[in-house]
Design a protein around this ligand. Structure first.
Ligand code: GLY
Length: 555
């Protein structure tokens, strides 16, 4: 946990009336250098979308454990001039040679770590195509300007932080298995010392090629040839066609309503938006103000339990499976789920129709941006597990993801709980794997809130808790620092942070039949709000890690 809360908050007050233009721009990201890179581009005349390219590329350099150009993500955009929202789906795709049983041995058992460490774990990256798309269709600046801070940091190096050391120590064994990864990210096989510079010259060269040639600089030519050769030599299955065929998809976001606010969030292949709106639909039937804390938390947990059951059962790549979105998002459906809940008693997950466990990588990154034209970006990007597959194809400097692990590796087979499901998320050639990433806007005529977080399967419940704070009118610092609880259907426990429940609440939850499971603090939420009524912009970065939120005028 970082010693000080890195929160920079500025209030710019216009005394007479609210306008269509925020009085300041704001960026909250998981790394101070990424927030600064975004402001560098805004100050050079770029808009929120150019800044999103700069922040994404810089995070790819300075947070190699969280995201990267070897990974994927979702960029939720609010285009102010058109009052339009769209989601750029830059999620990774399974290689065309992938198949349903890719990670099973001859006995049909999952091969340990095969979908997590090394070349076979890597799906086809989406970030380079998404950055090009953002620039071409929404930005004002050439890619060379937006990528400049990332190129500089890759070439000159960035200093190792406490968080870097923690992540590198956590993935030491995997990083040491690959010569390139160990050379770039470790020192003598150990986590580098605090302040040591991490230089990535080959990555700087790839970013420069992208600056000149756009996405082609990554998916075609010399870089693509090196990526494919490196992956195949190390036992992976990529082909040149996999890279040449990669395309981002523009998707209509998931929408819902909650207590006068419009919720705009990630569409499939993320499960985030549907699960978030399902939970809010359920909770909208309760008068929270009239309830005590333990009843409120109990009901929130019961909503989480039901939404996560559906997540595992129904959701997957919308281009490959039919998703009953309309049904799941309908208020009548939530009415039915609510009717199955009791205020005085937990519903055992085993008594709900079966699905499967929900996991998902626990490292990822999020940033939120607002520019002074009112454009906004909420983006969550991932390389999946810390340092992804811990594999770098020689001569590229590109650390590859292990997002293949987000597929169900063994669908249709009863799991340890005797439950069957997750056919919708089975591996297939070219398919996108289900995600929990939940970049979100919460807005009314008077407020635009931009939020999201990393955290694997706990992302969606963090965004739910943040949304409840935002709707209550609390400031972003309250959303990002709120003590967290989580329930994901299976295992049937309430996970909670050490300071999340006082004794009375613990006892009241246990009396209802809940099992409590204390965990280390989690999440790294980055949030921005523009309060139009007071013409005020605020931003906050999760105090649990080392991000930075900044609010400043760029005019
Ligand atoms: N890899 C984390 C997620 O997509 O949910």
């Amino acid at each position: 946990m970082k010693p000080t809360v890195l929160l920079l908050l500025a209030l710019f007050l216009t005394p007479l009336h609210a306008t269509d233009h925020p009085p300041a721009a704001a960026i909250a990201s998981a790394h101070p250098l990424a927030t600064e890179a975004g402001f560098e581009v805004l100050n050079a005349g770029g808009n929120a979308f150019d800044a999103a390219v700069a922040v994404s590329a810089t995070l790819a350099v300075v947070e190699p454990y969280s995201s990267g150009i070897g990974g994927g993500g979702f960029w939720l955009l609010h285009i102010a001039e058109q009052d339009r929202q769209v989601m750029i789906d830059g999620r990774e795709r399974a290689p065309l040679a992938a198949h349903r049983d890719l990670y099973l041995d001859a006995q049909g058992e999952v091969i340990p770590k095969a979908s997590m460490d090394g070349a076979l774990a890597a799906a086809i990256p989406g970030v380079p195509a998404a950055l090009d798309h953002l620039t071409q269709h929404y930005g004002r600046m050439p890619l060379s300007v937006a990528l400049a801070p990332a190129i500089r940091l890759a070439r000159d190096g960035f200093p190792v932080t406490e968080h870097y050391r923690r992540m590198a120590s956590f993935r030491l064994a995997a990083l040491n298995k690959d010569k390139e990864a160990a050379r770039l990210f470790l020192r003598q096989g150990q986590a580098p010392a605090l302040g040591e510079l991490i230089r990535q010259p080959e990555l700087a060269d790839v970013l420069k090629r992208m600056a000149n040639d756009g996405a082609d600089g990554f998916y075609h030519g010399e870089v693509a040839a090196r990526l494919v050769a490196g992956v195949r030599k190390a036992g992976g299955i990529w082909t040149a066609k996999d890279l040449a065929d990669y395309r981002v998809v523009e998707r209509a976001p998931i929408r819902g309503r909650y207590r006068g606010f419009e919720i705009i969030s990630a569409a499939p292949p993320s499960s985030g938006g549907i699960a978030l709106v399902t939970m809010l639909n359920i909770l909208s039937g309760f008068d929270f103000k009239a309830l005590d804390e333990s009843t409120r938390l109990h009901l929130i947990v019961e909503a989480m339990r039901r939404a996560y059951r559906d997540r595992a059962e129904f959701l997957g790549d919308p281009d490959s499976v039919a998703i009953p979105s309309e049904h799941l998002l309908h208020p009548y459906y939530a009415d039915g789920l609510r009717a199955s809940m009791r205020k005085d008693k937990a519903t055992p997950s085993a008594s709900l129709p079966g699905a499967v466990r929900t996991d998902g990588g626990n490292d990822t990154t999020h940033f939120s941006i607002l520019d002074q034209d009112g454009n906004a970006v909420s983006a969550t990007l991932s390389i999946n597990y810390p340092f992804g597959a811990a594999f770098v194809p020689p001569g590229t400097g590109v650390l590859l993801n292990d997002e293949m692990d987000d597929f169900s590796l063994k669908p249709g087979v009863p799991n340890a709980y005797g439950l069957v499901g997750a056919e919708a998320n089975a591996i297939a050639p070219g398919k996108r794997m289900l995600s929990s990433m939940t970049p979100t806007f919460v807005r009314s005529d008077e407020r635009l809130a931009i939020l999201g977080s990393p955290g694997g399967s706990r992302i969606i419940t963090m965004v739910l808790l943040g949304t409840l704070e935002a709707v209550d009118g609390k400031p972003p610092l309250a959303w990002v620092s709120r003590p967290r609880i989580h329930h994901q259907y299976l295992p049937d426990v309430i996970q909670h942070e050490p300071n999340a429940l006082d004794n009375t609440t613990r006892q009241a939850l246990q009396a209802r039949g809940h099992t409590l499971n204390e965990q280390q603090p989690w999440g790294n939420m980055q949030a921005v709000v523009w309060d139009k009524a007071t013409d005020r912009v605020e931003a906050a970065s999760d105090p649990r890690v080392e991000g930075m939120a900044r609010v400043d005028s760029t005019r």
